[in-house]
Design a protein. Sequence first.
Length: 660
Amino acid sequence: MSLQAPQAPLSNKRGEPGGGWAMFMCSFAALGLFWTPLVLLRQIDAFVAFLTPLELLRDAALAYVLLTIPAALLTLLALGSRGLLRKCRVSSPTSHMLAWCIVLVPTVWVCTWQFFGSAWAWLKATSGANLSIGAHGRLIASIVLLAAMIWLIKAIGMKGLMLAIVSRLSSLRRPALLLLALALVCLIISPPRFLLDTAGPSAAALAAQRDARPDIYLITIDTLAEPDARVCGNGPTLMPRLREFAQQGSCFSRHYTSGNFTTPSTATMETGALPWNHWAVQIVSPVAKPVQAQALAAQMQKAGYETHSISANLLASPRHHGTEAGYDTQIISDSTSLGSKPREVLTLFPDTTLPFWFSAIVPFLDTIDIYWHGEKHPYAAEYSYRAMLALLDDRRSGKPKFIWVHTLPPHDPFLPPPSTKYSLLPKGVLDRWSDFMGMRPYPPEEQSWIDKHRLRYQESIMGADASLGELLKQIKARGRLDNSVVLISSDHGESFERGFLGHAGAFIHNAVLQVPLVIRLPGQTQGIQVDTPVSLADLAPTIVDLAAAPALPHADGRSLRSALEGQPLTPRPVFAMAMERQSRFQAIRAGHYAIIDGDHKLVLHLAEARSELFNLRQDPLELKDLSASDAPTAKRLRQQLEAAIASAEAGRKRWFANKP
């Protein structure tokens, strides 16, 4: 069948595609009726796992309405370009065709890219194969797609192809407009929350008298594994500046995060609740609403603190968790990434999944980033620390400050700064962003290649330490360091072993779970090392205790204040989990769960009804399963873990079992 179409309903008398209204409607119809369903299909499992049908309808309506913005911008750009071309004496038909190119090329590109992306995701999910396209693959796919578009233009002709596309898209204008009207009605009935004020403390805060209580700074460094960093102790370390700081504070050598990627673990930082109780367990899910209003920053505000967050990772931002109301400001760190600003804009609707609806467009910008930046990390820690220092320099408020700053390096891409790059791995391998593999399983024969990735990662840790050291130096120069509580930790580690590179997924071994924790009290000079296992869930209860703030009602963790004051810490089990496959609307039957009790760690793969037992002191890499040889310990820990899961399931039923 020929692609040549009859005159389109929105074409002009000369048979050319029509003007501004036609341009807008073609772009909007394509994005709304082709792109949107593809996005929904690709992420539907994640959406329905934590959104009610009404919430999903609201988010879909919001995404649909906001598509009018790119359609309008493309139209305005096209019309402006057409006018400019005519002033330059380009013929009217040629300028008209070029204007239509400005509208149709990016629109068709995005829809086609989403189609193949969704098809690739479906193939990976259904085949079970370890399919990875990588940076070079995305670049090749882009070139192939561009070549195909050029071939079509050449084969059919510019005007013929445009008329064919416009004819088919313009026939969809009525259903597109009808859906737009329905979406607007939906948003009027159920409006999303809009983030309006991130300017700073309230007028009441600025008028407050000077409060002598110490500031509290929570500094978290993304993807910082303690087995690599080696902060505590006296042996070799990749972080000498943090080691020096820890020797004047409390260093927790066995500190375990609660989840294996940013969303669940940073939600635990904010709530003191484990993932099975705060339910931010998937990349798209915020903290459960009953927990949001009583999270860390909200409690600190009640205690009279000025509250601020600075994040280089949107998954760590209160805007993602739904806890943004507790902060006077929620800053997204500066970045040289092309995709950073679009992602930041989408966080203006913090109680929606909007960033993940439009995330399909941003990876195209990420592909450009990979080659544009080359050897430079686009989320340098200095951007976040600069914003923190600006807050410290603002002394208008008499209130003490609680500041949570979250930086990205050494998170991949492993691009260390020039000061530490090539310290461990010579030049000539893994020099550029496009050289790295990205998170994925790997076969044993690739271990030597993975070990090289680890060396660049370790160089990135060294760079993160240098940046942190400079921050601490600047805080001290401002006279704030010795009068503040400083907590330094991470959301999760990174795996270069057991056949998996990266974090997230089903992997909850030590390399992913064990992260540094250093806490220094005001004026403290005597170092304390704590070897008792502690949890990331203990962080928020410790902060509210030190600030004399109201307790966190949903916290599973405990305050570590007694250990900070040199008293023995009573041992208690530590829990961690990976629950990406578990819906909050269904009984807990999926996921991977760990309990750490003393030297022993039991991992329960719930869906498989299978468990493993390890002795972490004797076998830190968790290579030898002791569940058969030490059956009593395995049975005891499994019973404890199953009882904790049953308690979490009872809480899930109270909150979610009867949701519409």
